[in-house]
Design a binder for this molecule. Structure first.
Ligand code: ACO
Length: 443
């Protein structure tokens, strides 16, 4: 990418104005780097050297604060303006008019299905909801107090052993079969994990029910011959599933892509996503929000709590986002869905605390300056609790719908000719070339 070489190491063609001119003050040499889609290729900097045997310049970007790792046509996110679109369709319209199962189709296939395609898709997913009986035995091996997310993580990874051909990821038919299985079986694994933690018998899928209704049935059915949830709760859960289905290159999706880039089977790649989602800064945040609200106790304690946050004693969970520097559009939709749920279940007293927290934080300079707004997790926990879910199930409820997003991203990644096994560089800061010290000579 030296001045005379417009194409550069990073490839791509740029017009004379779509370039970045960089002068290396160590050598006085000037380079012209092509700008494509608002980015420069990190590899283009490799040409910037002080000598022939120099490795070349690298970029340093811990936590990927300013690095695009892929091209993607799945989810569009504009954090400054609070915009979220799946395949170009605004999240608000999908939440209002679509279903999760249709959104899963959209994410994976790129287009909304026609009726025939949707019926076939629903049928395929419905007939694959059952899991091998040994999966039950596997879950029974966990301790009575095992976290359902830990159980989900292990069992989804274990599914790769039940479908050994899943590692044939370049075979389109095999790939398709396994992505159907993943979307179909996640609710079953999640519900079995929950029933295990409650010490209750597992409930088999009911293929006459919708995707969210079947999940509620597997969670809550006892001796009745058919569990039929209130349609308002079923719809609220479906909306939550839609909102959580994808969110471009977040921590868990990046984990799925990175692990999947080794060409491992999709069950193992999705297990990596579940593991990433387990953390309190990601999918565990709504669990942390509920614990925080309980700790605050009453709306009167909110000012003291906020003061503590501003002093850096703790974070206001459910606030802030790496990408959204405006109101998370999902949080707005969830707030509306919460009203529908509370109409059925009665209001949650923690809602008053949450509303007060939001009001105070949105007016406070500390939060305003840092552009900290409620994120998707601020209200979702309150709905989950109203639906009768214990807090440990919250990240599990996130993982179920995110599976379709993970798979869509995984499919895109493995078919992207530019992708290779993920392998970042490092700046080495340790010792070099030391002689081994015998034990009796050590301090
Ligand atoms: N409460 C108080 N202060 C906060 C919060 C918060 N929730 N979030 C960020 N800040 C402050 C930081 O202390 C920092 O202040 P400083 O500049 O004075 O040091 C500034 O805002 C920037 O914060 P970063 O940590 O640099 O922002 P980052 O983009 O790395 O973090 C994150 C994003 C992890 C989501 C963060 O806002 C956070 O921890 N939020 C609480 C946890 C949460 O709700 N996570 C769910 C995210 S949504 C999801 O995963 C589905």
């Amino acid at each position: 990418m030296a001045t005379e070489d417009q194409s550069g190491n990073g490839g791509g063609v740029a017009s004379a104005t779509d370039t970045l001119t960089v002068t290396d003050n160590r050598t006085g040499q000037t380079y012209e780097v092509p700008i494509e889609d608002g980015t420069i290729r990190a590899m283009a900097l490799r040409d910037v050297k002080v000598s022939d045997d120099d490795f070349g310049l690298m970029t340093y970007d811990p936590a990927f604060m300013n690095t695009a790792s892929c091209r993607s046509s799945i989810t569009y996110l504009d954090g400054d303006n609070g915009v979220l679109e799946y395949r170009g369709y605004p999240i608000e319209q999908l939440a209002e008019q679509s279903t999760y199962i249709e959104v899963a189709y959209l994410l994976i296939h790129g287009e909304l299905p026609n009726q025939k395609q949707l019926d076939e898709w629903c049928h395929q997913i419905t007939v694959h909801t059952f899991v091998h009986e040994n999966v039950k035995t596997f879950i029974q091996g966990f301790r009575y107090d095992a976290h359902p997310m830990g159980m989900l993580l292990a069992t989804v990874g274990a599914l790769s052993t039940f479908y050994p051909d899943a590692n044939r990821i370049m075979d389109e038919d095999v790939r398709y079969m396994n992505l159907i299985r993943l979307i179909a079986k996640m609710p079953t694994l999640a519900a079995f994990s929950y029933r295990h933690s409650m010490g209750q018998p597992y409930v088999y899928p009911d293929n006459e029910l919708s995707y969210p209704a079947n999940f509620l049935s597997m969670l809550f059915k006892m001796s009745e011959s058919r569990y039929e949830p209130d349609p308002r709760l079923e719809r609220a859960l479906d909306i939550l599933f839609i909102l959580h289905a994808d969110h471009e290159q977040n921590c868990s999706t990046s984990a799925v892509r990175a692990v999947g880039s080794s060409q491992v089977d999709p069950y193992s790649a999705v297990a990596a996503g579940v593991a990433a989602l387990y953390g309190p800064l990601h999918g565990g945040a709504n669990e942390a929000v509920l614990r925080m609200l309980r700790r605050i106790g009453t709306a009167d304690n909110v000012p003291d709590f906020i003061a503590g946050v501003k002093e850096g004693k703790e974070r206001l969970m459910g606030f802030g986002h790496r990408v959204y520097k405006n109101y998370d559009p999902r949080a707005k939709i969830i707030k509306a869905a919460a009203d529908d749920v509370f109409e059925v279940t009665g209001t949650n007293p923690l809602l008053d605390i949450a509303t007060e927290l939001e009001k105070i934080a949105l007016e406070d300079d500390y939060f305003v300056k840092r552009k900290l707004y409620p994120n998707v997790d601020f209200y979702s926990g309150l709905i989950y609790e109203a639906l009768g879910m214990p807090v440990q199930m919250f990240p599990v409820l996130f993982a179920i719908p995110r599976t379709s997003g993970w798979i869509a991203q995984w499919l895109e990644m493995i078919q992207d000719k530019e992708q290779k096994i993920a392998r970042p560089r490092q700046i080495y800061t340790g010792e070099r070339s030391r002689d081994y010290v015998a034990m009796d000579a050590r301090a």
